[in-house]
Design a protein around this ligand. Structure first.
Ligand SMILES: [Zn+2]
Length: 441
């Protein structure tokens, strides 16, 4: 492995601690987007509402939010768009988990429980016996707000719900068979003893901190979140653990990389999408029109026409950053032996002949060159041939925008667990590699 200077190690650790605080401030995709907007605004980026006319200056810094959970930020290039194109990085703001159903609170044998739907593909067993809070959005009646509805973020960071395991004495085979949970019957979150109250007790409890009445709660979009803060671990603190590393680690790296971009000739873009874990087909998702609309309006605002935009896209490169599966020494048979990703071994470039990853030859070679220039080690990843390969936003953006795309990711363990882990150096290297791509391309 590369000999690292103390300065690199210190910078990597500072980056990792900032990543953990970013995740802990982002228990839902809506919170993640608010935290992205907060950091962008603090760095001088100006929000462009989709409802407004946009005024964009070459060299200016802007961001656009859609649906409260997706965000595209950019530094407008100083040179003509058609001659320079875009350098884009992308990631997703959502993570798999348990989402409260609209009428979630209900009584069951003297208990108040909250019914949930499974969002994406979480490892359900990891939600059991954990100190769970609630986070998301609440839409409240408010006659002074547009359409009479005010949308508010809510984060209950204290443990308020729980999914206790069944004791091993009633589930003797659990260690041999694994924990199996029936999605309709066995995932209800325990909230309270009913004590004579009905399901409305949940609304009353929620309304308190919101300072409204229960009848003002028009709609809830809440999920179960972990209340345990992120941490570094290992004797030399070379690893980190937190919920939502997939994919807030890449989101954070993309954000920090864009913040560090200095006045390029080309336009540097960082796009963060919701709904990746459920296939991205939504108004705010990567398969929707958000990125295309934003690039079109940005080009228009810079005075570039349709053919200028097509020329710009033909000169562009999109780096899709999502986490990658690190080699786990306890399960060697799960991996393609020639493509093992080592934690703290560098950024992974993901390849799939069936285009589940969009990486193609030229883009991949350009990315390797950028890694070399930035002093970032890199590794190649291929899934085992007999296993179905996951996918990400890369192929969707590549297909919709016709832009050369590379799928990359930092290696991690336990993808889609409520508590995932990864390498401190890899998250820093991801930031450096994305920064190099955005600045130089
Ligand atoms: Zn992901």
């Amino acid at each position: 492995m590369t000999q690292l200077t103390t300065a690199t190690q210190q910078a990597a650790q500072a980056h990792a601690l900032d990543l953990l605080s970013f995740i802990d401030a982002s228990p839902s995709p809506w919170h993640a987007t608010a935290e992205l907007a907060r950091r962008l605004q603090a760095a001088g980026f100006v929000e462009l509402p989709e409802t407004d006319v946009w005024r964009v200056q070459p060299g200016g810094r802007y961001f656009v939010v859609r649906g409260g959970s997706s965000l595209v930020a950019f530094v407008a290039g100083r040179a003509a768009l058609a001659d320079t194109g875009f350098r884009l990085v992308g990631a997703h703001t959502d993570s798999p988990g348990l989402r409260l159903k609209p009428r979630s609170a209900h009584l069951a044998d003297g208990f108040l429980r909250l019914g949930v739907e499974v969002y994406g593909g979480p490892i359900l067993a990891t939600f059991t016996d954990r100190d769970l809070g609630l986070a998301g959005r609440v839409h409240v009646r408010d006659s002074s707000a547009p359409h009479g509805v005010r949308t508010r973020l809510l984060h209950v960071g204290a443990p308020v719900v729980r999914l206790p395991n069944l004791a091993i004495h009633m589930n003797r085979e659990v260690n041999e068979q694994g924990l199996k949970l029936h999605r309709q019957n066995e995932l209800h979150l325990l909230f309270a003893i009913a004590d004579g109250q009905g399901a409305e007790a949940f609304g009353q409890w929620l309304a308190g901190p919101l300072g409204c009445t229960p009848s003002d709660l028009l709609h809830l979009e809440l999920l179960a979140c972990d209340t345990q803060p992120g941490t570094l671990w290992g004797p030399h603190q070379q690893f980190l653990a937190d919920s939502q590393l997939d994919n807030l680690a890449s989101t954070h790296a993309g954000l920090q990389a864009l913040l560090a971009v200095e006045q390029p000739d080309h336009t540097a873009v960082a796009a963060f999408f919701d709904h990746e874990e459920v296939g991205s087909e939504s108004a705010a998702g990567a398969a929707g029109s958000f990125l295309q609309d934003t690039l079109t309006r940005l080009a228009e605002a810079l005075g570039a026409g349709a053919s200028d935009l097509a020329r710009a896209r033909a000169r562009s490169l999109f780096i899709s950053a999502d986490m990658a599966h690190a080699w786990h020494p306890n399960f060697p048979a799960a991996y393609e032996p020639q493509h093992r990703l080592l934690v703290n071994g560098g950024v992974a470039i993901k390849y799939n002949a069936s285009q589940r990853y969009a990486t193609e030859g030229e883009g991949s070679a350009r990315f390797i060159r950028a890694c070399e220039q930035a002093g970032v080690p890199w590794q190649s990843y291929v899934h085992r041939s007999e296993l179905g390969c996951g996918s990400t936003i890369g192929p969707l953006v590549a297909a919709r925008l016709g832009i050369t795309t590379v799928d990359i990711g930092a290696p991690m363990w336990a993808m889609h667990s409520l508590r995932e882990s990864a390498g401190v150096l890899d998250s820093y290297w991801m930031y450096l590699a994305l920064g190099q791509m955005l600045q130089v391309g």
